[in-house]
Structures are given as C-alpha cells and as structure tokens.
Design a protein around this ligand. Structure first.
Ligand SMILES: CC(C)(COP(=O)(O)OP(=O)(O)OC[C@H]1O[C@@H](n2cnc3c(N)ncnc32)[C@H](O)[C@@H]1OP(=O)(O)O)[C@@H](O)C(=O)NCCC(=O)NCCS
Length: 251
C-alpha cells in the first residue's frame, strides 16, 4: 500500500469517530502521523480532522480562499467578484489535482485547506487546456499591461506560465494553505503542510516551492518556522518564495 493510501485509509477509518471529538490528534491518528515527515506541533489543539477534498467542499474552499486572500486577511469585496480569488488560487487545483487537496474540519465545517500540485509544469499546461476555457468567459483577458487589482488577477488567470520562473524549476511541487482565523495558531497549518509534503513526495516530487505576499508577515514567519528556505526569484516584486524538500518534511 502506498504512503497516501495508508494516510487516507487511516483518516477514512477514523472519520466518523473523529466527528465532534475532543480527543487529541496524536491519539486519533498515530498510524498516519508515523508516516508523515517532520514532527507534530506541540501546540496542537483539540482534534480537527483532516481528510481528502470532496466535491461538496468546493464552496467552502472558495469561501476560505477569499476570507484569507488579502495578505492573510479578509478580501471579500476587494475584487469584481468574491469568486475571482478562488478561480485563480483554488479552483484550478480542485479541478485538476483533487487528489492533492485536503481539508481541515471543525464540527463538520471546513475551516482550512491545503492544495497544490506535484508537477507545476504539467499543471500549467493542464490549466491552459482544461481550466482556462472553463472560466475565460467570465474573465475576458484584460488589456495589458494590467493596471487595476482586478486586471492583474485576471491576467494571472490567463498566464499560468508566470508560475514557471527558472529558479523554481528544481522544486516542481507547489502548494497553497489557508485557514480561517478561528483555526489559526493551533498547529493545523503545520499539519496541513506536512500532509501535503508527504502526498507530493508520494507523487514523485522531490522538492516544493511556494510564494507568499511579502506583506504577509505571519505567513513568512510560519514558513521560516517550518524550516523552508528563501528562494530568490529575479524580476518578481511583492512575492517572497521559499522551497523545501518533500522527503525531509517541515521542521
Ligand atoms: C499562515 C497559516 C497557514 C499558518 O497556519 P497556523 O495554523 O496559523 O500555524 P501553526 O499554528 O501551524 O504554526 C506552525 C509554526 O509556525 C509558527 N508561527 C505561526 N505563525 C507565526 C508568526 N506570526 N510568528 C512566528 N511564528 C509563527 C508557530 O509558532 C508554529 O511553531 P511550532 O510548531 O514550532 O510551535 C495560517 O495562519 C493562515 O491560514 N493564515 C491566513 C492565510 C494565509 O496567510 N495563508 C498563507 C498564504 S501563503
């Protein structure tokens, strides 16, 4: 059985048992945690199960995406549609890489997620062929260079190749992780990242990169605390990049 099968099997076996429980994660899923890279956070709070994404979670993931989309703060009302951030930073992953999306639950509600790809180059191609036609009708390509925040985001949607800076190529996986405020600061972000690293390793990616808004100081500290290394990328402003080997996991 593959690593992911083991992890998912254990999560699946305990899913109904976990619901509403106050037990700690160390007690609930010791077999799964044994396989995950890195260690578990000492400040882990009450159990909040993590399980593979299901199509019914899509709206909740989109909602979390916009509620955390302004450098970690609420971005509702910032763009022409509250779905735009989700259509750029969540929808393509849920559509193209659903097996690499995981959600965090609290009392049956999705309060966080991690999603991404193990192969950014293949993902960029799939985005162009399978995702862009799906959303382009709602977001026609803006006249470039983009000037407004809406135009910049829509340009990002139309240019998935912008994800492929040469400096990022040695680290083919990438991820996005977001938690609602009530789920933050209790070790769940670390746990989601570790689960994704294990999944990406299992999918064949030796290394992962990610970018975060340079103004999102909380996220910068979070990734540094997890042992991610900064990765200079030429010609990019406002985004700080990190990388981490998937096998080593977060520290
Ligand atoms: C950033 C985010 C994912 C972090 O998840 P989290 O659950 O709040 O973080 P954790 O509790 O798992 O913290 C993990 C470690 O990082 C450290 N850390 C987290 N935030 C920190 C901060 N602001 N300063 C210093 N250390 C910090 C924690 O102390 C913890 O260290 P430990 O495990 O050694 O005790 C979460 O806060 C979030 O979703 N924020 C809003 C959306 C966002 O910014 N997403 C990232 C976009 S790139």
């Amino acid at each position: 059985m593959s690593l992911m099968a083991v992890v998912i099997r254990v999560f699946s076996d305990f899913e109904s048992f976990l619901s509403g429980s106050n037990l700690r994660i160390e007690i609930i899923v010791p077999e799964a945690l044994k396989f995950l890279p890195g260690r578990c956070s000492a400040n882990m709070g009450p159990v909040m199960p993590v399980r593979p994404f299901q199509p019914r979670d899509r709206d909740a993931v989109y909602d979390i995406c916009v509620r955390t989309g302004a450098s970690g703060e609420d971005a509702r009302g910032h763009y022409l549609s509250d779905a735009l951030l989700g259509d750029v930073y969540a929808g393509p992953y849920l559509e193209l890489e659903p097996q690499l999306a995981f959600v965090l639950e609290e009392g049956g509600q999705v309060v966080g997620y991690v999603l991404g790809t193990a192969n950014t180059a293949a993902f960029v191609e799939a985005w162009r062929v399978r995702w862009l036609p799906h959303v382009a009708g709602r977001y026609p390509p803006p006249v470039e260079p983009a000037r407004t925040a809406d135009e910049r985001l829509i340009a990002t949607l139309h240019h998935p190749e912008w994800m492929m800076a040469p400096e990022l190529a040695p680290h083919p996986a990438h991820l996005h992780v977001d938690l609602l405020p009530q789920a933050q600061g209790a070790g769940h972000g670390r746990r989601l990242v570790e689960i994704f690293l294990a999944a990406a390793a299992s999918a064949g990616a030796p290394s992962l990169h990610l970018g975060t808004g340079t103004r999102n100081t909380r996220a910068l500290h979070f990734y540094e605390r997890l042992g991610f290394q900064r990765l200079p990328v030429a010609g990019v402003e406002g985004t700080t990049y990190f990388w981490c080997p998937t096998e080593r996991g977060a520290r």
